[in-house]
Design a protein around this ligand. Structure first.
Ligand code: SAH
Length: 240
């Protein structure tokens, strides 16, 4: 009997993977994932069979993994958390009678949050600005309602070569509901090689550093910067 694990490997380096994710990869017969992620994991994979899916569409990749899992132990890897804009959902939608287990990982907002300080200390949400599978009208509505609800907002897939205006529009919408001094952070390659951080206020936000390896975190109306740390207060009454 085979089994399919859908494994979130965290932001990149092995030290940010959970022990369960690490053990699952070690114990799997076949590892399925993008070439780039397989390279990250090379020390664990060694001479295991791998299916590199650079040229495959997502559905094809999931079907292939499910087929292999009929009689082998297979790990499909996603960066961050496999259940957050990862492969877990599609695998479960396509699954027939294969055994499937989802192994969580550290998602990009947590990774980026940790290098910024404590921006996600209060109610927060993730919004992906990718319109590949979500109509832009829905994205705009979610941005507006999250802004109105004063959520701290982590924007995944903020900008691509073809899609350059959505981020500016989203920030413009959120700005209507936040003080001009609200911190906005751009973290590129959080907790992996090439990490960079840029901090702005919502008033002077500049999207020139943003690409698909970046996440943008917009504070709520109470977020502030202190000694370089991005903090959203939890609400403790403290003597300053
Ligand atoms: N499953 C992943 C998200 C995949 S969607 C997770 O849970 O993190 C891809 C988007 O995630 C990227 O466009 C970027 O916005 C964000 N992302 C993933 N890893 C990142 C990292 N290390 N640093 C900054 N952003 C990252």
């Amino acid at each position: 009997m085979g089994k399919l694990f859908v494994v979130g490997i965290g932001p990149g380096g092995l030290e940010h993977m959970t022990i369960k994710a690490l053990d699952t990869i070690k114990e799997s017969d076949i590892i399925v994932g993008y070439t780039k992620y397989l390279e990250f994991l090379q020390p664990l994979i060694k001479d295991k069979e791998t299916v590199s899916t650079g040229m495959m569409g997502e559905e094809e990749r999931c079907r292939k993994a499910l087929e292999l899992a009929k009689d082998k132990v297979v790990a499909v890897i996603s960066t961050g958390d496999a259940g957050i804009y990862g492969m877990a959902g599609l695998i479960l939608e396509l699954r027939e009678d294969e055994e499937v287990e989802i192994i969580p990982g550290v998602t990009a907002s947590s990774s980026a949050g940790s290098v910024l300080g404590a921006p996600l200390m209060h109610d927060n949400c993730n919004i992906s600005l990718s319109d590949l599978m979500t109509p832009y009208e829905d994205i705009k509505k979610r941005v507006r309602l999250a802004a109105e609800g004063d959520f701290i907002i982590s924007l995944y897939n903020p900008k691509s070569k073809k899609r350059i205006t959505y981020l500016r529009e989203a920030i413009g919408t959120i700005k209507e509901f936040r003080p001009a001094s609200t911190p906005v952070a751009v973290v590129k390659n959080a907790l992996r090689e090439g990490q960079s951080i840029n901090i702005y206020t919502i008033e002077n936000f500049d999207d020139s550093e943003v690409d698909m390896f970046s996440i943008v975190i917009v504070g709520n109306s109470k977020s502030f910067m202190k000694d370089g740390f991005f903090i959203t207060p939890r609400g403790y009454k403290i003597d300053k």
